[in-house]
Each structure stands twice: as C-alpha cells, then as structure tokens.
Write a protein that binds this ligand. Structure first.
Ligand SMILES: [Zn+2]
Length: 472
C-alpha cells in the first residue's frame, strides 16, 4: 500500500497517514444542517471529502464514512417555525434534496447518515457521563453547559489563546466567534422559542446543543477512537473544538487521529453571500444548464487547503475540457491498427505513477490533473502521426478509467451522440478525398474552405481517411 500523507490540522503539518486498523479507515464528516438547499460552498467541503475517501479507496483502504444530518438546532427550529411546519416535516424535504444533490455530483454515499433527532438517547447518555465526571454543570437557566476550565486541552485544534478567557462565561448559541470562547451548551433547557421541539431528560425538558450531536453519533457508529474527522474550515471553531472537548472528556483518551479541513469557496473572488448576488445552490446552476459533471470538475480543481474561486467562466472551461476528453476517448475507441501497444506503454505507466504519487501527497489534485493532461497530449500526438495501435489505445482508455475512480466525471465509456454531419458536407469531403488521391491540391484546398464555410473542419488522418469536426 502506498504511503499517503495528509495535513493534520491538529499538528499543523503534513504527516504520514497510518490507520488504527490495517487497511481500514473510519471517517466522520460533519454533514448538512437540513434547513435549506445546500449551496456550492457546502458542496466544496463534501466534494473534498469525496475525493479524500475515493483516494483512500484507490489505495486499497476499506473506508467506513459516517455523515450526520443536523435536523435539530437553532437554525432548523427558527426556519421551520417561520414557514409554519413541524420540524420533522420541514427537515425531511431538505434531507431528500441533499441526497439528490449528492447523486447529481457523483459523491459516493456514506455508510450511515445518522439524523440527530433519531439519537437523542445517545446524546443524553453522553451528557450524563460528562456530568458524572464533573465536566458539565446546570446553570440558572436550567441548561447544561460544558466547563472548559475542567478541560485544560480546550483550544488545541483551533489554537485558542486561553489567557484572556473569563471563567464561567456561558454561551448558549450553537455558533459563535473565536474571541467569545466560553462554556458551551450541551443541553438547552426548553424556552418558548423552541415551540413544540423538546425531549425529556434528567435535567428537564429541552433539546441537545449542536456539538453534542456529532460526539454522540460518531461514537455510536465509529467507536470512541477513530482515524479521520473532516469538515470545512469554518467548522473548526467552535464546533470541532467543542466536539473534541466532549468526546475526550467523556472517554479519557484521544478521540481522532487526523483532522482535515478544507478552505472556503469564493465566487468571483468574493465571499459568497445572498446580498452580493453571487449565492448559488447546486439547483441554481443545474437550472442554468450546467451539468453535475461540469460542476464536479470545477469543485475538484483546486487543492482542498486553498480557496477555490468559483466562476461561471470556470464552468465554461470545464465544459470545454471535458469535451476534449470525450473527443480523446472517442478517438481511442476508433483506433484499429495492429501492434502490441508498446508505443504508449511508457507514457501510460508514467501518467499513472504521477497521478498516484500526487494524490498520495496530501491530495495534490493539480499535479494529478497535470498527469492526465500529459497523457492526453501524448495519445493525441501518437494518433495524429498514425502511430497508435488498438492495443495502445486500450491502455490509454484503461488509464483514464483508473483516474476516474477518484476524479469521477470523465465518463470514459459513455458513447456520446456525435452531431450528424450534413450530407452536403460529407459529399464535399468525399470529393476532396478524391482530389487528394489525384494529387489535385488546389481543388483539395478549395474544397476544405467550402467545408469550413459550412461549419466543419476536416483533418486528414493516415490511410487516406479524414475526420470531420464541427467548428464551434
Ligand atoms: Zn460535527
């Protein structure tokens, strides 16, 4: 098995990846809060996690991925009330939409998608353990809080400076800024804003805090020590920091070995926001005529730790690039010359090695894509010169099938309908072939220009044959 390395946020360095159990990886991913359609910034994170998982599988690991669905928190309650629907009915719609979107983007499904509201007993149990061990306390408002004073390692992930921290300051909101580091809510006592959303607990009627959901559900499905935890960089604090505090305080041991975070997605160089008019859900883009395959290509194109600048131009470029791959695969399928394929064997081997080495090196997608483009150039050059054999072309196709185990949008074996070339154009092309056979190059050139006027480019290939392609 190849040595894979990842940048571990816990240690702020690239380190070799070693799984706890040989050949197996347990991975937890913070999933969506199902109060709206996911936007492409959310999908940037899910796409990074898909590439991570597919890379581990590419190198032979068996991966068990768990992705939670947050279907009770401040936002889901607020918005379900705003549209007058019971919480469960409101979130069901967005859960279904989320699964459809994952399919559109060819994101491999997780093993389990536990929903928070189905795991309230596990959360109550975990909070009870924290209470027994002295990490939790009930405040005057009847809510249960985690005392960060009791957990000296608090801040180790987000590198929090605890010097100025005031002891006993509490925050009930699910999300807050790094400079308001405080005791956070494990269990929120019911108040009228919660409406009919409440469960009974040893501490009275209420609901879980957001952070406890992930600690409870990850240990339910992955145990209390596992390999990988991932998410967007904006989840690092407070969410992931609080998850670590809860899980490690309860178990008394290290929780997760590797934390991987992906950077933000920008749109046209700016932070995506509804007020700037650059806010896109996946559905917005599909509605504009782009395909899941094209959107996937753009979302995988930047290294996960770099900001990804999403533009509609980038989607246009994706369409063009994927079209050129389609052309390459069609061309490879049409090669029928005999031979052993040795003409391209070195290039195929080199591209596969370069691709694998790049992905093993902290998911270096840019270099991996460069290897794919190199092989494309080589294969086209050999085909241009009539030097490619059927055996060679098959090696090329096999290499792209292999790359597509991670990239997953090349669609190597999808035969696309070629636009029908008008009979008039075919007649001129035949006339031109005859002129060339008679070495009448003046006539051949004139006919080529006529064909171009009708919107087609003619290219000569060995054996007196030609290829017609539509001019764009
Ligand atoms: Zn989480």
């Amino acid at each position: 098995m190849a040595q894979i390395s990842f940048f571990n946020t816990l240690e702020r360095r690239v380190m070799p990846f070693e799984s706890i159990e040989p050949g197996k990886v347990k991975m937890y991913t913070c999933g969506p809060t199902v109060y709206n359609y996911a936007h492409i910034g959310n999908f940037r994170a899910y796409m990074f996690e898909d590439i991570l998982r597919r890379t581990l599988e590419y190198f032979g690991y068996e991966v068990k991925q768990v992705m939670n669905l947050t279907d009770v928190d401040d936002k889901t309650i607020r918005d379900s009330k705003a549209c007058g629907l019971p919480l469960r009915e409101f979130t069901a719609k967005y859960k279904a939409a989320f699964f459809e979107d994952l399919k559109t983007l060819s994101i491999e499904p997780a093993a389990v998608y536990p929903a928070a509201t189905d795991h309230i007993p596990q959360m109550i149990k975990l909070i009870s353990v924290l209470m027994e061990k002295g990490f939790g306390y009930q405040a005057e408002d009847k809510s249960i809080y985690f005392s960060i004073d009791k957990f000296p390692e608090y801040g180790k992930l987000a590198h929090i400076d605890r010097e100025n921290q005031r002891s006993g300051v509490r925050i009930k909101n699910d999300e807050y800024a790094k400079d308001s580091v405080a005791d956070f809510a494990l269990w929120k006592a019911w108040d009228e804003l919660d409406g009919d959303v409440a469960w009974d607990s040893p501490w009275g009627k209420g609901r879980p805090g957001w952070h406890i959901e992930c600690s409870a559900m990850s240990s339910e499905y992955l145990g209390d020590h596992f390999d990988l935890h991932t998410g967007g960089i904006d989840n690092m604090f407070p969410h992931h920091e609080d998850e670590i505090a809860q899980s490690e305080a309860a178990s008394g041991k290290k929780w997760v070995n590797y934390w991987l975070h992906c950077a933000h997605l920008m749109v046209n160089g700016e932070k995506m926001s509804k007020s700037l008019g650059n806010f896109y859900t996946l559905r917005d883009l599909i509605g504009k005529g782009w395909t899941g395959r094209e959107i996937r290509w753009v979302l995988i194109g930047a290294h996960y730790r770099k900001k990804l600048n999403f533009t509609l131009d980038a989607l246009g470029a994706a369409r063009e690039t994927l079209g050129k791959f389609d052309d390459l695969f069609n061309r490879m399928r049409s090669v029928d010359a005999a031979g052993d394929g040795s003409e391209v064997a070195e290039a195929v081997k080199g591209a596969k090695e370069a691709f694998a080495n790049a992905m093993a090196d902290d998911l270096n997608i840019s270099e991996a894509l460069a290897a794919m483009f190199d092989l494309q150039r080589t294969a086209n050059r050999l085909a241009d010169g009539g030097k490619l054999t059927k055996a060679g072309a098959e090696q090329v196709l096999a290499a792209y099938r292999d790359f597509d185990r991670i990239v997953c949008c090349l669609e190597v074996d999808v035969i696309r309908e070629q636009p029908t070339v008008p009979a008039e154009v075919i007649a001129l092309a035949e006339e031109r072939a005859a002129a060339r056979k008679n070495k009448d190059f003046a006539a051949s050139d004139r006919l080529r220009d006529e064909i171009a006027k009708l919107g087609y480019q003619i290219k000569d290939v060995p054996g007196g044959k030609y290829e017609l392609t539509a001019l764009k």
